[in-house]
Design a protein around this ligand. Structure first.
Ligand code: HEC
Length: 102
């Protein structure tokens, strides 16, 4: 393999993982949680900045969410959503209030 090809491959892989890191978890959150929580949807929009990080953690750990979420969201997706919610919670450095439009 030529040096140029290796460089291109490395750069491409890097670019892809950065874009996945930036948009991936939010997209999963909007798709999965937003399937019910949407303006004009089954129930009101939710967003990371609605709660503090610890409150999000406890909410799902204690099974407070009504219904059976595992029918809609698998474990890997839930793990992504949980870290997204905590990274952008009300008390985080980068709160997100409108990933799902209100
Ligand atoms: C199958 C539909 C559905 C899905 C999918 C769903 N929810 Fe809910 N959620 C509901 C319903 C219904 C309620 C109860 C609303 C009420 O009591 O007014 C609720 C309540 C909540 C509440 C409590 C209400 C509040 O505003 O504090 C939170 C928080 C919440 N959901 C977050 C989430 C998150 C985060 C996800 C994605 C992991 C999610 N939900 C996925 C249907 C859903």
């Amino acid at each position: 393999m030529s040096f140029k090809l290796i460089c291109t491959t490395v750069l491409l892989t890097l670019a892809l993982s950065i874009s996945a890191w930036a948009g991936g978890a939010e997209a999963i959150f909007v798709e999965k949680c937003g399937s019910c929580h949407a303006k004009g949807g089954e129930t009101a929009p939710v967003n990371p900045a609605d709660k503090a990080g610890l409150v999000w953690k406890k909410y799902f750990k204690r099974g407070r969410h009504p219904g059976n979420l595992s029918a809609h969201v698998n474990d890997a997706e839930m793990a992504e959503i949980m870290s997204y919610l905590q990274d952008h919670a009300a008390d985080s450095d980068h709160p997100v209030a409108a990933a799902i439009p209100k």
